[in-house]
Design a protein around this ligand. Structure first.
Ligand code: GTR
Length: 339
């Protein structure tokens, strides 16, 4: 399968991976990786719905095995960026990892599909598509890369925010320096709008906004709020250009050491944490929105979203490069938004 061009732009540095690997090795050496407790990581802080959902999975695992299995989570990005910790997960230094699909894009091309701009019409559409066989096929595509895809979590819709002006038309994006996650797909999307894309880890965004290294970024309401990006970039424009999910993965090397019964339990408890996560997520989106409005950010709706969709559409052809990808996209489009 052909990989999208210029993947080098988003490769993690060896130094970062080594540093994060050393941190994980340190945890093991301190004896913090007790018994059959899976070690997991998340870039978001403790109270964020993704972290709480993996905790719920841990509680379920522990309850169903009389405490034999469980999950210990290192939240808040303390073990490094998603891209770096994913590499560590692949080689078995971490057992589990909750990431966005974006850092998986350079590992497995099928993971770009749910992030294609304006593919999903709504959150509901995304849930329906990925809860079934289409989602399972994308999760399974990770296995040859050393990762077992366990489940998808919600991530809502991504919108642009910046320090300069409200974005109302694609032309308003021209010349802006926009941070993107480590994914060539996101780089292509931003370039398609005539803006400059700067891949960087989410942990660096606040500082980069304050220092003027970037003009803006794009993300959902909770991430825009949680990272305090709104303090530096007050224009939040509701383009809703991507509705891609989060994903929970397990290291295949850890998975291979589990017996069949424990594997089934891991899969079941991961899936069982999804409705729990969605309840927390829907509430969190509302809470974040209310807090951001109270903080005085300037929000604008987009009158002509079709103009953004048209400008970003050429990106589809670049990333739908296999027959399998083509089939999955057609199935998603044919599916409709609700049952
Ligand atoms: C958030 C996502 C994170 C991270 C972040 C980013 O929406 O929950 O996992 O990928 O976006 O843009 O880096």
């Amino acid at each position: 399968m052909r990989m999208p061009a210029s993947a080098d732009a988003v490769r993690p540095s060896r130094r970062h991976v080594l540093a994060a690997g050393a941190a994980v090795a340190g945890l093991s050496a301190c004896g913090m990786r007790a018994g059959r407790e899976f070690l997991s990581t998340d870039t978001h802080p403790e109270e964020y719905p993704t972290v709480q959902a993996v905790k719920e999975m841990g509680r379920l695992l522990s309850a169903r095995t009389d405490g034999r299995l469980g999950i210990k989570i290192y939240a808040g990005g303390q073990l490094g960026s998603e891209q770096d910790t994913l590499e560590i997960t692949v080689f078995g230094g971490l057992d589990m990892n909750r990431v966005n699909l974006a850092p998986l894009n350079s590992i497995e091309p099928l993971t770009t599909i749910p992030a294609l701009p304006f593919l999903f019409k709504s959150n509901e559409h995304m849930r329906r598509a990925l809860d079934g066989p289409i989602g399972d096929e994308i999760l399974a595509s990770l296995e040859p890369h050393g990762l077992i895809g366990l489940c998808f979590y919600d991530s809502g819709d991504r919108n642009f925010y910046n320090t300069r002006r409200p974005i109302r038309t694609p032309e308003d994006m021209r010349g802006l320096k926009i941070r993107v996650p480590s994914s060539d797909l996101y780089v292509s999307m931003i370039r398609a709008l005539g803006a400059d894309a700067t891949p960087m880890s989410i942990a660096e965004v606040y500082q980069a906004l304050v220092q003027g290294v970037i003009d803006g970024a794009e993300n959902n309401w909770p991430s825009y709020e949680s990272g305090r990006h709104f303090e530096a970039a007050k224009y939040y424009s509701l383009t809703q250009h991507v509705i891609a999910p989060e994903v929970l993965v397990m290291s295949k090397s850890r998975w291979d050491k589990l017996d069949e019964a424990d594997r089934a339990l891991v899969r079941q408890t991961a899936k069982a944490s999804v409705p729990y996560m969605r309840t927390l997520w829907d509430q969190r989106v509302e809470d974040s929105r209310a807090r951001l409005i109270a903080a005085g950010i300037e929000i604008n709706e987009i009158e002509d979203k079709a103009a953004f969709a048209a400008a970003m559409r050429p990106v589809w052809d670049r990333y739908i490069v296999s027959e399998k990808a083509q089939r999955l996209v057609s199935e998603i489009e044919a599916m409709g938004e609700s049952a």
